[in-house]
Design a protein around this ligand. Structure first.
Ligand code: DX5
Ligand code: ZN
Length: 230
């Protein structure tokens, strides 16, 4: 079973480096450069159809699980239809699978399938998607992913207007007692982690800001401090 997903008591922000920005010929070496500072490993799965790029598949998730038995593998699937790809990532050893609400006609069924399989269930929305699409599943989602770039590539600019959705999900959680974590993904790094954290984000994904630096471990530490929840 995957590790605990609930907010830590100390309310620290979680940092999830995105392996999309790691060296594909030396992913293991790049994970070593994280120096044990990463809370989660974020794995982006792209189908060239839902998003205009291709990336990894279940074999990478399986290899990561074999090599890092205790790692929290945060698998973000940008594939359509999402329901056709669940079993292969469950079997590969994902801790959490996040599906896009735009990529399935059956979001509730997909989240229920993940929960029934004993893994955590996340629901994502693109920058151009209304937060209301997630309203019916707020009670059951373990995580909401508010995309802060249009998915498909690393290294894009943060879309600050998406922070409003994070703020509202955070307020709704407080007022209605929901249990989800809120994750943001895209264009996040030391320069904007304070804003992201202040909006109520619990898990910050960071790809290029972490791996394209001399010391990824130092960047993660810096991000935790700058978040104000370090
Ligand atoms: C974008 C992916 C992101 C990406 C983030 O489609 O979902 O996880 O790797 O990369 P940065 O942090 O470089 O924007
Ligand atoms: Zn992602």
């Amino acid at each position: 079973m995957a590790g605990p997903l609930q907010l830590k008591k100390d309310k620290n922000i979680l940092i999830a480096p995105s392996l999309l920005s790691a060296d594909v010929l030396n992913i293991e070496g790049d994970i070593a450069r994280l120096g044990g500072e990463a809370d989660w490993l974020h794995v982006d799965i792209m189908d060239g159809h839902f998003v205009p790029n291709l990336s990894y598949g279940p074999d990478l998730v399986r290899a990561l699980r074999k090599r890092y038995a205790d790692a929290f593998l945060d698998v973000h699937i940008m594939v359509e239809p999402a329901e056709d790809f669940l079993d292969m990532f469950i079997a590969a050893g994902a801790s959490l699978i996040t599906v896009h609400a735009e990529a399935t006609k059956h979001l509730h069924r997909v989240l229920q399938r993940l929960k029934d399989a004993g893994i955590y269930a996340g629901a994502a929305i693109n920058p151009g998607t209304s937060k209301e699409l997630l309203t019916p599943v707020l009670y059951m989602a373990d995580l909401l992913l508010v995309m802060s770039v249009n998915p498909g590539y690393g290294g894009q600019s943060f879309i600050s207007e998406t922070l409003e959705k994070t703020r509202i999900f955070s307020e709704l959680r407080a007022s209605r007692g929901y249990g989800y974590l809120i994750e943001m993904d895209g264009g996040i790094g030391p320069k904007n982690i304070a804003q992201v954290s202040a909006a109520g984000c619990d898990v910050a994904v960071a790809g290029s800001a972490v791996f394209r630096q001399a010391s990824p471990a130092a960047v993660i530490k810096e991000m935790r401090i700058l978040s104000g929840r370090g």
